[in-house]
Design a protein around this ligand. Structure first.
Ligand code: FAD
Length: 389
């Protein structure tokens, strides 16, 4: 007999959310995560409306708000040709504000909700390989325990929520369906007392930057460009590259950053092209960046991970409820791809950094329209039970 109905590799947004939903439905779930509980990961945190909707439907938004995550109701866009636009968030579809919680808060809230629903959550436990039967079906994972011994965990389904470099995808042989070519290299840091109350996006010449108010009264400030340009700028050091890219975007944003007070070191991301992988096979499935990764310039990876956790958990429950598990998982992948395609494609174009003012405005209109389609789908779904049944 299996130890679990599902073992989930990776305990951040995709994995912990999937665990919440499956454990609340009464399944026996384990989450295996190699990092410590409550740690940060590379991210600038901005949630879009669909992500906030998910957290709200799952009953987890109040805890994030109570922890000091500020409500964001305005977004400003600044362009190199001097134009700007200010958008006030309309309170619709159960969302009256956006939020950008630090990952050490968001991922902890999700994983604690999974544990509260009955999942076994193991941190500081790396998965070192998959277990399979003679026919190749995945039967669970092998983990490195605290005493360095390898321990097997058996499960009917192994979920790879282990990010872009997914071990589950690699070992399961998940086929690569699509790979992009463009990528953003990013530098970001946290700054105190930035005079801004909402998201601020600025687009310069082959460079972009953003202000993202997060918890602990700080603003996450990022700059981004192509990997080649970032490498060239970083020859003079990360600090010089950060300021050079701030100078390359409209002064409305850089001025606000300079009025604040730096609160720490720079974090960097080298850039990686988008990719979509086949996300299910015998005994395994992928969710989050493990199955579908796109460049962070459209700040939508967390929102997508929260969406796909729900699509996958629905498929798993459908498979257990008398439907064909194979068909249900294939439908999960097809729905994910249908909802992702438009945003994936436009993100690839934004990440090329070859636009002028009119072109980037047109691309951002496409981003907005892609997000509406996804929201329509989620909004039409029945509310999820906030408690374990
Ligand atoms: C620079 C940057 C900025 C970003 N900014 C935003 C933003 O503003 N808004 C947004 O929505 N998205 C943003 N993203 C994207 C977002 O961070 C990702 O889409 C999101 O983190 C994906 O979540 P995930 O749970 O799939 O994977 P991850 O967050 O990568 O989590 C995977 C987890 O799996 C664990 N793991 C991996 N291998 C193993 C193993 N063998 N055993 C056990 N555990 C393992 C890892 O420790 C990790 O904790 C950004 C990304 C980058 C790079």
């Amino acid at each position: 007999m299996n130890d679990y109905d599902a073992v989930i590799v990776g305990g951040r947004v995709a994995g912990a959310s999937t665990a919440v939903l499956l454990a609340r439905a009464g399944l026996r779930v384990a989450v295996v995560e190699r990092s410590r509980l409550g740690t940060d990961t590379v991210s600038t945190h901005a949630l879009m409306r669909a992500g906030v909707l998910q957290l709200s439907r799952w009953g987890l938004l109040p805890e994030l708000v109570a922890a000091g995550t500020p409500a964001i109701r305005q977004t400003a866009f600044h362009y190199a040709d001097g134009a700007d636009a200010h958008v006030t968030l309309r309170a619709t579809r159960g969302v009256d504000a956006l939020y950008a919680p630090r990952r050490r808060l968001l991922d902890r809230v999700l994983v604690e909700a999974a544990a509260a629903a009955g999942a076994d959550v193991l941190h500081e436990t790396p998965v070192v390989g998959l277990r399979r039967d003679d026919g190749g079906r995945v039967l669970g994972v092998r983990v490195r325990a605290a005493d360095r011994r390898e321990v097997a965990i058996g499960a009917a389904l192994t979920v790879g929520a282990d990010g872009l470099g997914s071990l589950v995808a690699r070992e399961a042989g998940a086929e690569l369906l699509s790979r992009g070519r463009a990528a953003s290299a990013v530098l970001y840091r946290y700054v105190d007392r930035v005079p801004s109350s909402g998201y601020v996006w600025a687009y310069g010449t082959a460079a972009a930057a953003g202000l993202i108010p997060t918890d602990e009264d700080q603003t996450c400030v990022f700059v981004s460009t192509t990997p080649a340009r970032m490498r060239a700028l970083r020859r003079d050091g990360a600090e010089a590259a950060f300021h050079s890219l701030l100078d390359a975007v409209p002064a409305a944003l850089s001025g606000a950053v300079r009025a604040g007070r730096s609160a720490g070191r720079l974090h960097g991301w080298h850039g990686a092209p988008g990719q979509v992988r086949r996300s299910c096979g015998p005994g395994w499935a992928l969710v989050g960046d493990a199955g579908y990764y796109k460049d962070p310039i459209t700040t939508h990876g967390i929102t997508d991970a929260l969406r796909d956790a729900e699509l996958l958990s629905d498929a798993v429950l459908e498979g257990l409820g008398g439907g064909s598990p194979v068909v249900a998982l294939a439908r999960y992948e097809a729905t994910r791809d249908r909802l992702s395609r438009a945003l994936y494609d436009v993100t690839e174009s934004v990440a090329r950094y070859d636009w002028d003012g009119d072109q980037i405005r047109a691309l951002l209109r496409r981003v907005s329209s892609a997000m509406s389609d996804e929201l329509d789908h989620l909004d039409a779904r029945p509310a999820r039970r906030p408690e374990r049944v």
